[in-house]
Write a protein that binds this ligand. Structure first.
Ligand SMILES: Nc1ncnc2c1ncn2[C@@H]1O[C@H](COP(=O)(O)OP(=O)(O)O)[C@@H](O)[C@H]1O
Ligand SMILES: [Mg+2]
Length: 229
């Protein structure tokens, strides 16, 4: 069974008398453990699709299934619970808390979330991920003291700390130079292999989508083509 399935998804924004189809009859299936890229130019519908897959936004029409469960039937509370338990998010603009250290930023979801864990266990998980991201020696720094690439690695560690099955990253490399962007992808790929986390990341950059094993090409809200490798 696919981990995520979109069935005939539409997302329509009313614009005066016209309707804008941000997504137009999009159907696809993602399998657990895949390393997936949603690729397309600016305005093609990538962010809209990521938000719908991430259960942040609801479609205007069609169905979103997670492990076969029809999410349209869930109320807000149930949707939030499913999202917290299943999905980690990485954003284009990093979204770290400026007053917290690197360690505290990564630990935060374990302190405030439902998956509250003992201090020693939290420390082990945070330090393991900071080690994986090559940032252990930066643990006491604040985000402003780090480069963009380092900040995004902190954000990835934070997204992974609760062991979500799915990571959704909307243009995670868009604010990075190509060397740092590729390093981020290599680290995501390593976690994908080692922890079997499903990654779904959007990009307009061929160097980035080439690293995926399943690519969905979007254009004007429609799936233009799809590749599995
Ligand atoms: N809140 C909104 N209101 C109206 N139109 C929107 C809104 N969000 C996105 N759109 C439109 O939907 C289309 C897809 O946008 P988006 O998903 O952000 O694409 P991408 O992330 O690929 O740049 C664009 O034409 C955009 O202008
Ligand atoms: Mg976007």
């Amino acid at each position: 069974m696919p981990v995520i399935s979109l069935q005939n998804i539409n997302k329509i924004y009313p614009m005066g008398k016209m309707d804008v189809y941000a997504l137009n009859d999009v159907s696809l299936e993602f399998t657990a453990g895949e390393f997936i890229s949603v690729a397309g130019p600016s305005g093609s519908g990538k962010t809209t699709m990521m938000n719908i897959i991430g259960l942040i936004d609801r479609p205007s029409g069609g169905k979103v299934l997670m492990d076969g469960l029809e999410t349209g039937a869930l109320n807000r509370g149930e949707l939030t619970k499913l999202r917290r338990e299943t999905i980690g998010f990485v954003f284009q603009s990093f979204n770290l808390l400026p007053v917290l250290s690197v360690f505290e930023n990564v630990e935060l979801p374990l302190v405030i979330g439902k998956k509250r864990e003992h201090k020693k266990k939290r420390k082990e998980r945070v330090e393991y991920l900071l080690e994986e991201m090559g940032l252990l020696e930066r643990r006491n720094h604040v985000p402003a003291e780090l480069s963009g690439g380092q900040q995004q690695r902190v954000a990835i560690a934070r997204a992974l700390v609760t062991r979500p099955r799915i990571i959704i990253a909307d243009e995670p490399t868009a604010n990075l130079d190509s060397a740092n962007g590729e390093r981020i992808l290599e680290l995501m790929k390593k976690i994908n292999r080692e922890e079997h986390t499903t990654f779904i990341f959007s990009t307009h950059d061929p160097a980035i989508w080439k690293m995926a094993n399943h690519v969905v090409f979007l254009r004007d809200g429609r799936i233009e083509s799809e590749e599995r490798r």
